[in-house]
Design a protein around this ligand. Structure first.
Ligand code: AMP
Length: 294
């Protein structure tokens, strides 16, 4: 496994490979969710590039950039054991050298949901993803369902800018109690950690109701709210039932797929999760066909 930290080294190493290349962009503090992206890339491609970069431009002024967990040594051991070929770990000044001033913005899809609560976040994401795709030039790039709006934004930018890459969407990996794996779960204290399974329970309850025939987004949204409200420590940030392609909030019953997403605060920790209805869409082919398909 080659570990490189400059753009020039990445290009040089990349150029040595003639076969298909898969790219999994991450911010490190790797867990089983990241590893499922790596494994998908390894099984689809001749070689795999993983990037580890805590991208400052996607953090707001009051967010956890400095506190974000950094576990590079453990991350590299994990990636080595997975058979990754190249790891790119640039510094912020390597990615944003003096004079840098170009931004990529996916105007409408970046506005609601996370974008509304985190102004500038998706501009930071869209810009860094474009740069990483240009540097690594992969055939396929792997993103997690966990960050559903990110998937929709990235698929739009790839289509709009005619980038020659396939975007692959990998289902959310969960803890045994259903909590979506996240680098930020480590900030939860024991009581918050056991309450945090309520996100999955709430999404699951709405999914079951959908399976039983309920199609009214207002009913499904309310069911998620009331389930979360049963946990004293949980503070709902938002609950959304939206169209999985446009991310527009739904208000009328319908049989088209729905994306249920939410963020919930436990103290200072903000947790994010989502599920597609009907439930069988939460598989790699279902996600790829539905979430942000353009
Ligand atoms: P991050 O390091 O949080 O920026 O995540 C890097 C990539 O891993 C993103 O495409 C995430 O959506 C994906 N990811 C994060 N958590 C999970 C999870 N629990 N299951 C699957 N993919 C995930």
């Amino acid at each position: 496994m080659k570990v490189v930290s400059t753009r020039a080294e990445l290009r040089e190493e990349r150029a040595k490979y003639g076969g298909s290349v898969g790219l999994a962009p991450t911010m490190g503090a790797l867990h089983r969710g990241h590893i499922s992206l790596v494994r998908a890339s390894r099984s689809d491609n001749d070689m795999t590039i993983v990037t580890i970069f805590v991208n400052p431009t996607q953090f707001g002024p009051n967010e956890d950039l400095n506190a974000y967990p950094r576990t590079l040594k453990d991350d590299l051991d994990l990636l080595e054991a997975e058979g990754v070929d190249i790891v790119f770990t640039p510094t912020a000044s390597e990615m944003y050298p003096p004079g840098f001033q170009t931004q990529v913005e996916v105007t409408q899809l970046s506005q609601g949901l996370e974008g509304e609560r985190r102004p500038g976040h998706f501009q930071g994401v869209a810009t860094i993803v474009t740069k990483l795709l240009n540097l690594a030039q992969p055939k396929s790039a792997y993103f997690g369902q966990k960050d559903a709006q990110q998937v929709v934004v990235v698929r739009r930018l790839v289509a709009d800018l005619n980038l020659p890459v396939l975007v692959e969407v990998i289902p959310t990996e969960r803890e045994p109690d259903g909590l979506a794996m996240s680098s930020r779960n480590r900030y939860l204290d024991a009581e918050q950690r056991s309450s945090a399974a309520v996100l999955f329970r709430a999404l699951g309850a709405a999914s079951d109701r959908y399976t039983a025939g309920e199609r009214h987004p207002v009913v499904l949204r309310n069911l998620i709210y009331t389930t979360i409200a049963s946990e004293a420590q949980a503070e709902v940030d938002y609950v959304s039932i939206a169209d999985p392609q446009t991310l527009r909030e739904l208000s009328l019953p319908g049989d088209s797929p729905m994306l249920a997403s939410l963020t919930v605060r436990f103290g200072r920790v903000r947790l994010l999760d989502n599920m597609l209805f009907p439930a069988d869409l939460n598989s790699r082919p279902g996600l790829t066909a539905t979430l942000g398909s353009v």
